[in-house]
Design a protein around this ligand. Sequence first.
Ligand SMILES: NC(=O)c1ccc[n+]([C@@H]2O[C@H](COP(=O)([O-])OP(=O)(O)OC[C@H]3O[C@@H](n4cnc5c(N)ncnc54)[C@H](OP(=O)(O)O)[C@@H]3O)[C@@H](O)[C@H]2O)c1
Length: 393
Amino acid sequence: MREKKRRLAILGSTGSIGQSTLEVIRRFKDRYAVVGLVAGRNTGLLAEQVVEFRPEVVAVESEKQVGELKRKLGRFKVEILCGEDGYEEVAANTKTDMVVSAITGIAGLKPTLAALRKGKDLALANKESMVVAGSLIRKIAAGSGSRVIPVDSEHSGVFQCLNGKDKKFIKRVYLTASGGPFLKVPLEDLAGKTLAEALKHPRWKMGRKVTIDSATMMNKGLELIEARWLFNLRPEQLGVLIHPQSVVHALVEFLDGSVLAQLSQTDMRIPIQYALSYPERLDSPLPSLDLTEVKSLEFFPVDESRFPLFGLARKALSAGLSFPVVLNAANEVAVQAFLEEKISFGEIFGIVNHCLNQHRPRALVELDDILTIDRETREQAQHYLKRMKGNIS
Ligand SMILES: NC(=O)c1ccc[n+]([C@@H]2O[C@H](COP(=O)([O-])OP(=O)(O)OC[C@H]3O[C@@H](n4cnc5c(N)ncnc54)[C@H](OP(=O)(O)O)[C@@H]3O)[C@@H](O)[C@H]2O)c1
């Protein structure tokens, strides 16, 4: 008998991960059906996705985008919701089995939680949710029976190495990092690197925010915090290795000294496909990984004088409590300012460092605690930014 199709909602369908997810679905239309899509402002691409994948419901950022989408769809009918409530409704839709969480930043948090509360399986790309609300996510998923399956290539690598093994056998977990575009730039030139230079990632094609996070290596710091909650590990069990070839995505060392590693082509469709098909594996259109062509695999420790934002993330990971919320919020404000060319590359660090230094840590019990600290930190970061630019005394 033919298996029932897995019904999916994709949050962030117009982004890099969202589009790659739809590419995977396009190849396996007999296995997956798209029930819901969420996007922000790119109504042109969303309209094309609606016509091709025929979801029952979609959500966009505001009424303005609802109007745009209606005009673009003409007589094509789909239910259109908007704003945070709309995102949550799509994520919690009773007809959905699995939600792909791929909105950038903390904007992805509430719909991610809405999906988990309803017991949906979650394919998680939105690392910022796990960074700010890891403990809450674990608690809600445990209560509702949701499975959280990582999409990030490094976390998918760890997940595949563990493959159900008891966490008590793990000694250490290593995530790899390509090192980004500035791995070999002289230290004295780093602070003045331009937006165009920072957006040129040597290995991965990704959205703008995560690409800048990769250039500062904040991305790897956020990934360490994500891994801490995904796999329920202690901070000291987590490490990072610079691996410029980006072929090995993660390594797990067990108590007996055995190390398992996960290798694949540098292509996000591989971990996305695995998250959708887990625990099965489906065939891939990509060529096999040819290690004779790769020839050498190099690994280096992270130089924190080159990547000080990684150092801040490591400290936030160890300090715990509300520090990761502050780290994330300050970083989101600073990266947005850099993307708008209001600050230099080197100034991203100053903003995040200031907010962490000023922070008096608190325990995070409920979602409101997280949202309050997130809001306060954003205000503080904006204020610091204005002062830095000499706009206020
Ligand atoms: N790209 C990668 O290879 C990769 C790998 C691992 C993890 N991740 C993580 O996956 C997430 C998405 O990354 P990405 O590279 O796909 O980013 P992206 O290309 O910038 O896409 C972001 C998506 O989120 C939507 N979005 C952003 N803000 C929104 C808001 N306020 N309301 C509704 N929708 C909003 C965007 O909609 P519009 O464009 O329509 O406005 C877009 O669909 C991030 O958390 C990132 O760290 C990405």
